[in-house]
Design a binder for this molecule. Structure first.
Ligand code: NAD
Length: 453
């Protein structure tokens, strides 16, 4: 498998893909280690994860550079991802022992009723490339802390990062029969579905997530799906600072080239402030610096998958043919890498793919609305339901709107953020189950009821 730098199409490395035989072998190896790992005291497992976090910190510069070269994100964002990973791990280090402690929940005459937790066993973690550290850590860290063994498949677009994760976990002390990675594309992911694993935890597109859920359904084992989004953002007519709001929304839409599951994907603006907001917004977008991801002044790097450029072209063509107006960008950037201009479309509506399909790129549509009711209706007009945002200086109005939106996360005067303390869960085509918070720890255990008389 050739690893290609999306910023210049150079071959960075070649990696041997796993075969059905090697995948099966790795599964068998994990079967020999899981029980002993689960029998370690939780404190010992936490110590090992703490060492992994320390290693991430010690090697942050080289890991960020590798991430930058492999997926094309700007070096500052790559560094930000490693730091974000360390912060997330801290949540699990601080909270997991308490979350997993057996608890007496009721005493009935002479019987104590206790909830305890057992690991699922050996689980699959099939992962995405856009934040390979962050989305991987949501799964394999709590899974390991709970006492599971993990068969980890990084995306074929972040294979080198996957290798680094595997190497550092082993160096931190996770036994080689408790965490193993398999390398390759969707075919290798499909092989995991045929193994008798005890749980499937997937981060990626709705289309693949649905396939995996259908393939493993007959096993009746836990399945967690963290899928795509078409996240809406509404700018009301009550704002303390329109310019600052525009800057914040631009960041939410274009960070990581729009390749975030919780990127702002569509914007609705109240008609009273529409013109002023759009002027500021377009001004900020036109100043974004697109270029070499290794340059620390770059704000937008390369699009990770070359094939995605065709999809972006298609979205723009479809929108323009139905009446949309391009006010910024609109084209590929002529260069050796996968570069696309940050693009803003006005006069958009829900008949256009750009307001319906997950864009996962640097294109944003802005639609004018006459009131909150229209905004709520449009925000809910989606098969996805990951996050949604409202910008307003009137918190009561903002909370009221957010409570009516069908999404796993609501943001007031912010967007595109994730916290270890809060559940990360999608509704509809955005997924099933939850990672992070106590819910994202319990996801990797079976609860066990004890009636102790
Ligand atoms: P993808 O669905 O193309 O691939 C994800 C993983 O699945 C890869 O490792 C791939 O090799 C594997 N795969 C492909 N076909 C398979 C099959 N038939 N069986 C088993 N495995 C298979 O997604 P992607 O392009 O890597 O990631 C982008 C998507 O992920 C976007 O939709 C994004 O919104 C979503 N995402 C969601 C979250 C979240 O937390 N909700 C986070 C990051 C990314």
């Amino acid at each position: 498998m050739k690893i290609i730098n999306p910023a210049n199409h150079e071959i960075i490395s070649e990696v041997k893909e796993d075969t059905l035989e090697s995948v099966k072998k790795k599964y068998e190896i994990l079967q020999t280690g899981q029980k002993a790992w689960a029998n370690h005291p939780i404190g010992a497992r936490l110590e090992i994860i703490k060492r992994f976090s320390k290693l991430l910190d010690e090697h942050a510069d080289e890991l960020a550079e590798e991430l930058c070269r492999e997926v094309g994100k700007p070096i500052n964002e790559a560094r930000g991802e490693i730091n974000g990973a360390i912060v997330k791990i801290e949540f699990f280090l601080n909270e997991s022992a308490e979350i997993l402690k057996p608890s007496i929940v009721h005493k009935a005459s002479n019987t104590q009723e206790v909830i305890d937790y057992s690991p699922l066993g050996t689980i699959a973690n099939i992962s995405a490339w856009n934040y390979p550290y962050l989305v991987g850590i949501n799964i394999f860290i709590p899974a390991l802390i709970c006492g599971n063994a993990v068969l980890y498949k990084p995306s074929e677009f972040s294979t080198l990062v996957g290798q680094s994760i595997e190497r550092l976990l082993h160096r931190a002390g996770v036994p080689k029969n408790v965490f193993l990675a398999v390398y390759g594309d969707g075919k290798v992911g499909r092989m995991l579905c045929d193994l008798p694993l005890d749980g499937y935890f997937f981060t990626g597109s709705y289309e693949t997530g649905k396939k995996i859920a259908e393939t493993v359904a007959h096993k009746l084992v836990p399945v967690g799906l963290e899928l795509g989004g078409k996240d809406p953002l509404y700018v009301t007519d009550q704002l303390s600072d329109i310019k600052q709001t525009a800057e914040s929304v631009v960041e939410g839409a274009f960070y990581n080239n729009g390749q975030s599951c919780c990127s702002v994907e569509r914007v609705y603006v109240h008609e009273k402030i529409y013109d002023e907001f759009v002027d500021y917004f377009v001004e900020v977008v036109k100043k974004l610096k697109v270029g070499n991801p290794l340059d620390s002044t770059t704000q937008m790097g390369a699009i990770t998958r070359a094939s995605h450029l065709d999809f972006l072209d298609q979205l723009i063509k479809d929108a323009v043919s139905k009446g949309a107006k391009i006010v910024a960008g609109g084209n590929r950037i002529d260069s050796e890498g996968n570069y696309y201009e940050p693009t803003v479309l006005l006069d958009v509506n829900h008949k256009m793919d750009v307001m319906i399909k997950e864009t996962f790129g640097p294109i944003i549509g802005i639609q004018k609305v006459k009131d909150d009711e229209e905004a709520i209706r449009l925000m809910n007009d989606s098969e996805y339901g990951l996050t949604s945002s409202v910008y307003t200086s009137n918190n009561e109005r903002g909370n009221k709107i957010l409570s009516q939106i069908n999404s796993g996360t609501g943001y007031l005067n912010c967007c595109d953020r994730v916290s270890g303390y809060l559940p990360w869960s999608g509704r509809g085509h955005s997924g099933l189950g939850s990672t992070l918070s106590k819910h994202g720890v319990y996801a990797f255990c079976h609860p066990k009821a004890y009636h102790l008389r």
